[in-house]
Design a protein around this ligand. Structure first.
Ligand SMILES: [Zn+2]
Length: 373
């Protein structure tokens, strides 16, 4: 049976009333005709989610639950709610911002994040991306490089639509939220970029056959991550999710130590903003190494273990984000999701939210239940 601690419940109610007020202001201010049914207007909210979120990913929370994720919160029902649909929400800055802001205005999270797919950088580099439909996530198409020497970063990378659209959306979100909720950008690390640009199998075979060629690929792709990160911060992002799919199935603990620990440490040193590393799958064998990179926050997958186990593995310095299973989000009940959120917060998860990009068929009621809506 679900048992909710009184202090947690009281904090939750306070949060819900602040969010209800913000929703009310949003609907009152909605006067101008718009192409979308519920386009969020440019209003200044009085909520303080931005500060609370940034404190939480710096492990300086005040004990009240903080909600959010640096990965996609887009599902078909949320597209209906906002009137902003895939694939346009990948390709048009206004629609991208409209869908992203719903993370705050509809779901009650403390952060918004507009890059819903894994394809923006690789589209700008030259991959032939299929941007999908409202019920299908984009895919990056055939690999375009075979060796490190093939890597050419277009000089106008940041001006190509793959990068320019999310940069403009970040600017819009910053302006519309005026500090009410945090704006999180998203960049991919060179390991994930290589999956798309070289093909997963080709790239991983290379890590076994030639470690020097793999290092060369990573070092030639690192400037893409750094340039896109800097541009997102310049556009107004408060923090960045750094996604690098070094999951256990695709990257052994030894490979993480040899190839990625130095790269992730370098990204921590060179990106002047709070960073949240996201890695899918079971990461119990590498959380200790991730902590050594100096990463401020780690966004973990529930395959890793219970919130209490993950907190123990991570130690006390590094903040943690996640705690809600995507499978349960898709299949479970709202009551079950609320209980998971409570369990994660009480176990020391600093930002409670979905473990990864949510499935597009996720019921909106379950998504709202995370923040108690
Ligand atoms: Zn993931």
């Amino acid at each position: 049976m679900e048992i909710i601690q009184p202090a947690y419940l009281a904090a939750w109610h306070r949060r819900v009333s602040v969010l209800a007020e913000a929703r009310l202001r949003l609907s009152c201010a909605h006067t101008a005709p718009t192409p979308y049914a519920l386009r969020p207007p440019s209003v200044i909210f009085s909520a303080m989610s931005q500060k609370r979120f940034l404190n939480a990913i710096g492990r300086k929370g005040d004990g009240q639950p903080v909600f959010g994720t640096g990965t996609s919160i887009a599902c078909v029902e949320l597209m209906h709610e906002t009137g902003a649909y895939f694939p346009q929400a990948h390709l048009d800055p206004e629609q991208m911002a409209d869908l992203a802001i719903a993370g705050y205005s509809v779901l009650g999270m403390d952060v918004v994040m507009p890059l819903f797919s894994v394809c923006h950088e690789v589209a700008a580099i030259g991959c032939n991306v299929n941007w999908g439909t409202s019920e299908q996530m984009p895919e990056s198409g055939s690999p375009i490089f075979r060796s490190a020497e093939d890597i050419v970063i277009p000089p106008d990378l940041l001006h190509r639509p793959g990068c320019r659209v999310p940069l403009e959306a970040i600017g819009l979100l910053k302006k519309r939220l005026s500090g009410a909720a945090a704006v999180c950008g998203k960049v991919f690390g060179p390991w994930t970029l290589a999956y798309h640009l070289f093909g997963v199998e080709n790239f991983l075979m290379g890590t076994i056959d030639s470690s020097s060629a793999t290092r060369e690929i990573l070092s030639r792709l690192l400037p893409v991550t750094l340039a896109f990160a800097k541009a997102q911060l310049d556009a107004g992002a408060d923090c960045l999710l750094l996604a690098d799919h070094a999951t256990r199935d695709l990257c052994s603990p030894g490979a993480y130590r040899d190839f990625l620990l130095p790269v992730h440490s370098q990204l921590v040193r060179e990106i002047a903003a709070p960073l949240v590393l996201h890695i899918c799958g079971n990461t119990s064998d590498r959380i200790g190494m991730i902590e050594q990179t100096g990463m401020g926050c780690f966004h973990w997958d529930t395959k890793t273990g219970s919130p209490a186990e993950v907190r123990k593995l991570a130690g006390e310095r590094m903040a943690l984000m996640g705690g809600i299973s995507n499978y349960r989000l898709l299949q479970g009940t709202s009551q079950e999701i609320r209980a998971m959120a409570q369990a994660a917060a009480t176990a020391g998860i600093d930002v409670v939210g979905p473990e990864c990009a949510i499935p597009l068929k996720t019921p909106l009621a379950n998504l709202k239940a995370i923040a108690g809506k």
